[in-house]
Design a protein around this ligand. Sequence first.
Ligand code: ATP
Length: 458
Amino acid sequence: MSENVAGKVTLEKLVSLCQRRGFIFPSSDIYGGLSGCWDYGPVGAELKRNVKAAWWRSIVQERDDIVGMDTSILMNSKVWEASGHVTNFSDPLVECKNCHLRWKADDLTENKCPSCGGELTEERLFNTMFKTFIGPVEEDAAVVYLRPETAQGMFVNFQNALNTTRKRLPFGIAQQGKAFRNEITTGNFIFRSREFEIMEFEYFVKPGTDEKWFDYWVEERLNWYVKLGINKEHLKLNQHPEEKLAHYARSCTDVTYLFPHGWAELEGIANRTDFDLKQHSAASGKSMEYFDDETKEHYVPYIVEPSAGVDRAVLAFLCDAYDEEPDKDEIRVVFHFHPDLAPIKVAVLPLSRKENLAVFAKDVYTTLRPCFITQYDDTQSIGRRYRRQDELGTPYCVTIDFQSLEDNMATIRERDSMNQIRVPVSALKNTLLAKLSGEDLFVLPEGGKIWKEEKKES
Ligand code: ATP
């Protein structure tokens, strides 16, 4: 099964399809782009929103113990001093004495410049936080940083969130938002960028229960990707050995995915102990203690943090959904997205542009549009339109033909099997809702019938 990822989909194919169909474009494209920055197009923006919505639903909406927040990107610089980012958030760099290109020391296998073979300087630390200034004067006192992660906004709001929601431990705060890192080397499409999005949460627990919760979250987070359609064989847990743990972490496990460039981190789950709350408590002078009114104890909670990259998740969902299938003399390219993630849920396709058919089809379109992201397409042959929707990963196409004018029925064509059913127009909305929630295509509404059953090769 790993053939899908390792064999069929290459980054070149994906980048080109994403650009052609409006998923993802280089940022500032007309000016030649900006390295490490990307723009999500009309279809990509929907896909990304759906990934974030599925995460929010499982972490915030469907749980009693986690609340959402949306904290600011710019924060008081003391936050980044207390967190250790000002001193520690850096990469060791070397520079070529000949061509002056800079390289991340960790990436080099030989002690010479990969570009020109020149001699390299000693390693120097380079802070990867973007710096800017508040106000008109560019002075040290006005320095602020673009956040390189969203976690600090949640640590410093621990008491605010707890007091206003009257929750008890274990309790979590979740958020999604932009993060910025002045990465030395970017690449592999949206895998490593300088501006990206994170979805992460801080789960505050009683010390001593932290390892249990850590194991629980590793399992939950791995399953989240599987439930949304990623092949289990393309996911692997990577436990960090003790000697490689960050100074604050007691344990850390990555969920890794078999990207076209190899196994790489999708999400990191860390047991951060009480490090963050203690640092902020010491630096701000504010208590970060929790009072347990059952045991009458005061303590600083431990934190388990599952931190996922939105863009890396989008890339993994794109790679795993991509398929090329033989179709007569051609190849059908299709994204088999989970219905919750599919950018466009339904396409309405009138068989011809003749006026009476167009009026009928537009009517169907306006009925469906409030319920689903729906596309209306009346260009080119029906076969080509199906192929286009396959490349967008649209789970269902609704075809309106001349017979529809007489029997008031429409055809629903399923993306994955290419099978078709015929249902009364009055039952379309509910039928599509049921199918998008997982009902088998051949479960028919009253008056419905099987229209076409594809005998698929292989
Ligand atoms: P890496 O080792 O790949 O640089 P990291 O361990 O520094 O990642 P974290 O600090 O744990 O990453 O960030 C949380 C998540 O944010 C990562 O699991 C990843 O999905 C995502 N992420 C981190 N850096 C980037 C980036 N430059 N571009 C896109 N996503 C990123």
